[in-house]
Design a protein around this ligand. Structure first.
Ligand SMILES: [Zn+2]
Length: 288
């Protein structure tokens, strides 16, 4: 059987700030060798990222509130004996493409679509995926199928053209209490190349978190279902596929207080279950 190895934390290896392909396992990162008659691992991918409390994850464009860590380096190593595998092929260039593209798929974060030995068994669709655990080696090259495309789209959901520059930041963010449970945000759109506006919200004692994403050219938002007399602060960020603008300076407001219960008296009429209070004052014609 021919396996395409995955990233494996057990292998001691350090980053050197160079993305690379190492052929024929020169540093013996992959146990054993590839023997065409026996099969084995053809290649592995190493992907490096910093993690820990000091590392800020970033928002995934188009991915809602999901977050990710930045890839700082990615390396591919082919097993010793990989050349022997290629030498058995009718179209070794295309099979080489398949292996390298598969490992790049791992570098992008994609796991195996299916495997004959572990995880999900292969079906009619996943069996044709580039990210199938075993190489096809039939000259198809780096061909993606629907399952591969779905995997990429799940991890990198934003679509549309990539602009040359990040959008200009919005300005003049204001927040106004319009009821006991609603705040209205308004801002000026200063860019002409944004794909969306991200609205971030925080409470009195918390950090900003993504609240919602709005279409391009949006300039206002009414936020509902906030408790009465409750403070919220907001920032607005314009973004496109190139990146995000600076956030607006934060602006906040407190929702209105609940109105005191309506009490009827000689001059006051309570209507609609106390929701409206009507006070009447009048003077007679002779100013008696
Ligand atoms: Zn693999």
């Amino acid at each position: 059987m021919i396996s395409l190895g995955r990233s494996n934390e057990d292998f001691p290896l350090s980053a050197d700030e160079q993305n690379s392909i190492s052929f024929e396992d020169p540093h013996d990162e992959i146990p054993g060798s590839y023997v065409p008659q026996l099969g084995g691992v053809l290649a592995i991918n190493w992907t490096f990222f910093f993690c820990g409390q000091a590392v800020e994850p970033h928002r995934i464009p188009g991915g809602g509130s999901r977050q990710a860590l930045e890839i700082v380096e990615s390396n591919i190593t082919t097993q010793d004996g990989f050349e022997d595998w290629l030498a058995t092929k009718a179209n070794p260039r295309r099979d080489f493409e398949e292996i390298i593209a598969h490992e790049l798929g791992h570098a992008l974060g994609i796991a195996h679509a299916c495997s004959p030995t572990e995880g999900a068994a292969c079906d009619g669709v996943t069996n044709e995926a580039l990210m199938r655990a075993t190489a096809h080696g039939d000259g198809r090259g780096a061909r993606l199928n629907a399952d591969d495309r779905n995997a990429v789209r799940a991890l990198y959901p934003e679509i549309g053209p990539v602009g040359p520059v990040v959008p200009a930041a919005a300005t003049d963010l204001t927040v106004t209490a319009i009821s006991q449970t609603e705040l209205e945000l308004r801002w000026r759109d200063r860019s002409n190349n944004e794909n969306a506006f991200d609205v971030y919200e925080r409470m009195v004692d918390s950090e900003f978190e993504l609240l919602t994403t709005l279409d391009r050219n949006s300039t206002s938002l009414v936020i509902q279902n906030i408790p009465p007399e409750t403070y919220r602060a907001y920032q607005v960020v314009a973004r496109n596929n190139r990146g995000s603008s600076d956030p607006t300076p934060e602006a906040g407001a407190t929702t209105l207080a609940e109105v005191a219960a309506c009490l009827e008296d000689d001059d006051t009429l309570c209507l609609n279950d106390g929701r409206f209070r009507v006070e009447v004052r009048w003077e007679t014609a002779d100013r008696r």
